[in-house]
Design a protein around this ligand. Structure first.
Ligand code: ATP
Length: 287
């Protein structure tokens, strides 16, 4: 086998709490992550040059090891002692710097694909350890589906998938830096935290309405101060039948949960016709 093509699904955070700041500057979080069928497509082909080459029509992505695809590929080459080069074609669908974990999803996909392409047989545990050296969300994105992520995001508990629903995702033209958003988060004893345990009970009971009523994201007020459009888009989604709407990750991407696909499609058309969104997707949870 000289070439393989794989999908890298983006994620949304259905609920996101930040429980504290560590002495090393990282934050402890408790979040339920969900992969969705908005994905990048990566093709990995062996080459004789001995080098890693990334080819993508997307402008503005880093072309060195700051690109998580290249970093993950080089990590696997050094872990496995691979001398052969690899050419990676990347077709991006996941909005960049939008809170959907696009770079992390690509990195996770690269680890899995390299393991397969070179028939390396690295264990899940080893891949997860390598993933964590790339970024906090990468171990989760190796796994995908529905998971509770704790610690910096690396302690994973698989969860049942949510009840069937449609998800409308609205990416905004603004992008925010995850580090900056965490940097501006002020945690005090008076901070009101989202009810992650209640959310988990609702998820385990398969109660979509209870789940959406408990959705919350502690980072949302921070990003909303910078990106005013978030509120308006959430309200439009709710006006057109979303049973919950929230920002994912550090944002600024917004998603709405709909129990009827026709409502999600209607809201999609309203937002598209109004303009102001960089990308809109009607999608579903990936199990
Ligand atoms: P997270 O929620 O994990 O912080 P995000 O979804 O907000 O991530 P990404 O799309 O992963 O953001 O991009 C964050 C930064 O990572 C961008 O500024 C981009 O330059 C860089 N980056 C590196 N590799 C990639 C990649 N393969 N795809 C997208 N961005 C990448």
């Amino acid at each position: 086998m000289d070439s393989i093509t794989r999908k890298a699904c983006g994620k949304i955070n259905l609920i996101l709490d930040v429980t504290g700041k560590r002495p090393d500057g990282y934050h402890d979080i408790r979040t339920v992550m969900q992969t969705v069928d908005v994905y990048d497509t990566l093709t990995f082909t062996k080459n004789d040059s001995g080098l890693v080459a990334l080819e993508t029509p997307v402008k503005g992505l880093p072309e060195n090891e700051d690109n998580l695809v290249i970093r993950a590929c080089e990590l696997m080459r050094s872990e496995l002692g691979i001398k052969e080069g690899v050419t990676i074609d990347l077709i991006k669908e996941i909005p960049v710097a939008a809170g959907m974990g696009g770079g992390s999803a690509d990195a996770a996909c690269t680890l899995l694909a390299m393991n397969e392409l070179f028939d390396a047989g690295l264990s899940k545990e080893r891949l997860a350890a390598l993933a964590l050296t790339i970024g906090a969300d990468v171990p989760y994105l190796l796994h995908g589906g529905t998971c509770l992520a704790e610690g910096v995001g690396e302690i994973l508990t698989p969860l049942p998938a949510p009840p069937d629903c449609s998800i409308l995702i609205a990416a905004l033209p603004a992008s925010v830096s995850t580090a900056q958003v965490y940097g501006e988060l002020l945690l005090t004893p008076a901070t009101e935290h989202p009810d992650v345990d209640g959310f988990l009970r609702a998820l385990r009971a398969g109660d979509l309405y209870q789940m959406t009523s408990l959705m919350g994201n502690l980072l949302e007020p921070v990003t909303k101060r910078r990106v005013k459009a978030i509120d308006e888009i959430e309200n439009t989604m709710l006006d057109y039948g979303a049973i919950g709407a929230m920002m994912t990750g550090s944002g600024p991407t917004v998603f709405g949960i709909f129990d009827r696909e026709s409502d999600a499609v209607k809201a999609y058309h309203v937002l598209r016709d109004r303009g102001g969104c960089a990308d809109l997707f009607v999608c579903r949870p990936v199990r």
